[in-house]
Design a protein around this ligand. Sequence first.
Ligand SMILES: [Zn+2]
Length: 216
Amino acid sequence: MLQQIIKKINCPNCSVENEVILWEKVNVDMNPDLKEKLFTEKINNLVCNKCGFVSRIDIPFYYNDAKAKFFIYLVPEFPIDKKEEDLLLANLRSQTLNILDSGYNNRKRIVFEYYNMLEKILIFDAKLDDRVVEGCKILARTQLKLMEGRAAFHKFENDELAFNFFEKEEKEAAKSFSVPKAMYDEIAEIINKKDLESGDNFRIVDVKYAVRMLMN
Ligand SMILES: [Zn+2]
C-alpha cells in the first residue's frame, strides 16, 4: 500500500518551488517511529531548500493502529453542512469496509484538526473511550468556567484523567485540570445508555457530541 506522495509546493515565505514527500497514511505498527514524528510535528513539513522556512502541509491523513484497533482520519477541511458531512462519513465507510473489522467498533473517528488527531491517539492509547473523555471534558470545563479556548486530554495517571487547557490561539497550555476516574465511570454509564448508534460507523466525537449526550 502506497503511503507517501511527492508534491510540488511553493514555500509560503519565499515562493520557491519545493518537492516534498508527504505521508498520507501511517500504520503505526509498521512505522512506529512515525508516531513520534507526529507528536513532535516532524512529519508532513515543508522545509524550504532556499530559505529554510518550515511550514506544515495539511493533507487528508489516516492513522491506523492495527494492534490497538483504532483508526483516525484527519480531514483538513471542515464539511460545509450536514449533507457534506454525511457524504464524507459514507465515503470513508465504503473505502474502509474491507480493511477494518468489527474490533475497530467505536474507535473509528474523523477529526478536522491536527491536534485533535494527537488527542485521540493519546486517549485510545490510554485505553479510554473518547466519547466519555469528551463528556468529562465538557462537564469539568463548565464547572471551572473554562469555555473560551480548548482543552485536550493529556494523560491518565493515579486514577485521574489529566487535561491541558489552552487559551485561544495559544500553543502552550495555560492551565490544567483533572477528572477522577470515578466521574469517568459515571459518565460512561450515562453515555452507554444514551448513545444508541452502532459503533461500526465513522463518527465525529467532539464537544458537540458531548453536549448532545449530557446537556440536553
Ligand atoms: Zn522559502
